[in-house]
Design a protein around this ligand. Structure first.
Ligand code: NAD
Length: 329
């Protein structure tokens, strides 16, 4: 079975090639999937998609015309795919439900620590021969309250790391993680309580109809003044306009963001020769107390190996049985 891999990058191609090991026929394109690139899938039964690809209803209809029957997502999240439309077209979709949750949880900790201990500013000052410490005062995480929204695979790893720091843990999730409760004494409460009581808030839930703009003006107004806000989940869970207001009025002292609601045309590509035509993003990245990484939380060898292995396994199973254990529609 021939598979077209969209949005291939230098960081993930070697892992896919190694796992495919010449047994799978893979073609690669650096182009993201969208309405104008869907035609490239002509003659392929399967496509492998990245988070930056757009599998909207219109694009799926074009893939169907090209003969695509299976979509293997190289991601946990599937908010970029119209699953209902795929189902109605008879296109099966499988995701990578789990790969190193440590990669993302550890990156959340990296953002938190870099912001709190002012690592970026410290490095800039060292390079300028300025060894004064006056602008570099942070706070102990020990005994601080950390609120986690979404305690699944990634959120629970993050909770355990924060437990190791000696933090008090609060959580909001639609399902209580009993094993995590026993191991860490995390306290489940309402979304509002988590936001009201936490010194640090980390988002680790999926983006869906219930979580879209879950973090907005109304909930920011209830947070402790000076809260540290970390989002490595999905940009659309946060209303960026309201986040900027919360930064301006001092509610949020620091924001560590690996995701941004309109990241698709920006992240993963080199724009060094042009202007970024997104005023909201320009504003967000202008704040010295905002640390942005370009959706790189998953970028560890272990995670990339896991993504490649599960993606190829999903394709393999589908080609033999026309279903895979990770089908999501
Ligand atoms: P998971 O399914 O194991 O956990 C998600 C948790 O969120 C579950 O416990 C679920 O009950 C909870 N949840 C669902 N709806 C909720 C709601 N309305 N309110 C509160 N909690 C809710 O998923 P995971 O592997 O932990 O991944 C979480 C998210 O992280 C993914 O959906 C994805 O968007 C994001 N992610 C980001 C990166 C990155 O590189 N930045 C990489 C992988 C995943």
């Amino acid at each position: 079975m021939k598979t077209l891999v969209y949005s291939i990058h230098g960081f993930d191609k070697p892992f896919l090639v190694e796992v495919a090991d010449g047994k799978h026929e893979l073609d690669f394109t650096e182009q993201p999937l969208n309405e104008s690139t869907a035609h490239l899938a002509k003659g392929f039964e399967a496509v492998a998609l990245f988070t930056s690809d757009n599998a909207s209803a219109e694009v799926l209809a074009k893939l169907k015309e090209c003969g695509v029957k299976f979509i293997a997502l190289r991601s946990v999240g599937y908010d970029h795919v119209d699953l209902a439309k795929a189902k109605s077209l008879g296109i099966k979709v499988a995701n990578v439900p789990a790969y190193s949750p440590y990669a993302i949880a550890e990156h959340s900790v990296a953002l938190l620590m870099a912001l709190n201990r002012k690592i970026v500013l410290g490095q800039q000052l060292i390079r300028q021969n300025d060894f004064r410490l006056d602008r570099l005062v942070g706070f102990d995480l020990h005994a601080k309250t950390v609120g986690i929204v979404g305690t699944g695979k990634i959120g629970s790893v993050f909770a355990k790391i924060m437990n190791g720091f000696g933090c008090k843990l609060l959580a909001y999730d639609v399902e209580v993680n009993e094993a995590l409760s026993k191991e860490t004494q995390i306290e489940y409460t309402t979304f509002e309580n988590v936001c009201k009581q936490s010194d640090v808030i980390s988002i680790n839930c999926p983006l869906n109809a219930d979580t879209k703009y879950m973090f907005n003006k109304s909930i920011f107004s209830k947070m402790k003044k000076g809260v540290v806000f970390i989002n490595t989940a999905r940009g659309g869970i946060v209303d960026t306009v309201d986040l900027i207001e919360a930064l301006d009025n001092g509610t949020i002292s620091f924001a560590g963001l690996d995701v941004y609601e309109n990241e698709k045309p920006i992240f993963f590509y080199n724009h060094s020769d042009k202007k970024i035509e997104d005023e909201l993003f320009e504003k967000l990245r202008s704040y010295p107390n905002v640390l942005i990484t370009g959706h790189q939380a998953f970028l560890t060898n272990e995670a990339l190996q896991g993504i490649a292995a599960t993606t190829m396994n999903n394709i393999d199973q589908w080609s033999k049985e026309e279903k895979s254990i990770n089908d999501i529609n």
